[in-house]
Design a protein around this ligand. Structure first.
Ligand SMILES: [Zn+2]
Ligand SMILES: [Zn+2]
Ligand SMILES: [Zn+2]
Length: 427
């Protein structure tokens, strides 16, 4: 028996702009006799194909599908903060924080700065120095939020493009090490061995990557302490906000990794930036569960395109000078391609991820016990749609224990996007 690729799909694939077209059939057979009880075939569909939503998470590729993804992500994140969808509401009492792990500086860039609703000067300096290229390393301007200058280096020739690319490439591993170090830091603070700690507390995460205007990723993470069984279990009384916040601080400052060395490129140590922002998530006040869930869900549908880079993978036919990107992004992409050729740096796969400015990780990830999964939300929806279809007489109401479902599907292409120019291929 094969899985049904159309599970959860509807005849009208949710307004998808680039649906996947399938040709095939689904037979419902009597498990005992093999008698054909019902057959669905795409032969009777328009063009003989069934369009299925592309289900991309990327708003730049298919806004309607990305909107579904955003809404589902919101539900998943929110359930992990305040309960719902099978997670008990007592989870809201567990210590839980929202933290931002930033990237270090790789050179001065133009900044949007604001205090109490007032725009502040970008980089005011009374006696500003000149860089070796004769550029003043200060900026008296007040940049509004949509200023195209934001994130641009004051001097591109001084900017450490190598460091910026290596940081993006190492960020997923840096995050992995951070989660391990955090567990150890928590155990040490309460005087437990790692094993004894793990028997009493489970640390759950949900994180999302965001590109800053300067083209470097940083991570926003929800970190929660549960009892050993996850969100249904009460954590010990010593597991507090204060303990969690202190351990995050220790772990974030301790974690580092060495980049591979290559002839002409010594190994470098990568670490998080000094700026660290950890705040408690509450059900009232400024940083509420709803706000955090909305924030994480919004970034889950974005990729690097908001920094003015490409929305697709580079191909050998692309010429760097012709790419429709801003110069800063072009320099980062060029550095990815240069470093990709250095012996020793192959594991970073920088050519493959050049359009992502070196970052090859996931945009949104959750530890297993954080909440329900996107998949369980989708299958809940599929069940509902199946029941609707049965009620409308479109599907037979057959006993699922005695009926065999045999599907045979073939990929029949992709419908062209009507309004978006789809370039495809991007991860
Ligand atoms: Zn779509
Ligand atoms: Zn400026
Ligand atoms: Zn310079």
């Amino acid at each position: 028996m094969t899985t049904d690729p159309t599970a959860g799909a509807t005849r009208n694939p949710g307004g998808c702009l680039q649906p996947v077209l399938l040709r095939g059939r689904v037979d419902h057979l009597d498990g005992a006799t093999g008698e054909l009880l019902h057959r669905y075939t795409t032969v009777h569909e328009p063009g003989g194909v069934l369009p299925i939503a592309c289900k991309t998470r990327r708003a730049s590729q298919c806004p309607p599908c990305a909107e579904d993804y955003r809404a589902d992500t919101y539900q998943v994140i929110r359930a992990g903060l305040s309960g719902g969808k099978g997670i008990p509401s007592s989870v809201a009492q567990h210590p839980c924080v929202f933290t931002t792990l930033t990237a270090p500086s790789f050179g001065p860039v133009h900044l949007h700065r604001e205090k109490d609703g007032q725009l502040l000067r970008c980089r005011p300096r009374r006696r500003s120095e000149l860089c070796p290229h004769g550029i003043r390393l200060s900026c008296p301007d007040r940049h509004p939020r949509d200023d195209p200058l934001l994130g641009e280096p004051l001097c591109p020739d001084c900017y450490d493009y190598t460091g910026a690319v290596l940081f993006n490439a190492c960020a997923p591993e840096l995050w992995r090490r951070f989660t391990m170090t955090l567990r150890r830091a928590l155990a040490r603070q309460v005087g437990l061995t790692n094993r004894a700690f793990a028997a009493q507390v489970r640390v759950s995460f949900a994180k999302v990557a965001e590109y800053q205007r300067r083209g470097i990723v940083h991570f926003h993470a929800i970190i929660r302490l549960d009892g050993p069984a996850g969100p249904t279990a009460v954590p010990p009384t010593w597991a507090t906000h204060a303990l969690l916040t202190e351990a995050i601080d220790q772990a974030a400052r301790a974690v580092h990794l060495e980049t591979p060395a290559s002839p002409g490129l010594p190994a470098r140590t990568m670490a998080w930036g000094r700026e660290l922002d950890t705040r408690a998530i509450t059900t009232t006040g400024k940083l509420t569960d709803a706000r955090v869930a909305a924030y994480v869900a919004k970034y889950a549908t974005k990729a690097a395109e908001c920094t003015g880079t490409l929305d697709r993978r580079l191909t050998p036919a692309d010429r760097l000078v012709d790419l429709p990107v801003r110069d800063h992004a072009r320099r980062i992409i060029a550095e990815c391609l240069r470093l990709a050729k250095l012996p020793g740096l192959e594991p970073l796969r920088l050519a493959r991820w050049a359009h992502m400015l070196g970052f090859g990780g996931h945009f949104s990830t959750k530890s297993r016990a954080y909440s329900i999964t996107l998949g369980s939300l989708r299958s809940e929806r599929a069940t509902y749609q199946r029941e609707q279809a049965i009620a409308a007489g479109l599907l037979p109401d057959l006993d699922s224990d005695t009926t065999l479902v045999v599907s045979d599907w073939h990929f029949a292409g992709r419908a062209p996007a009507p309004s978006l120019q789809h370039k495809g291929g991007a991860g």
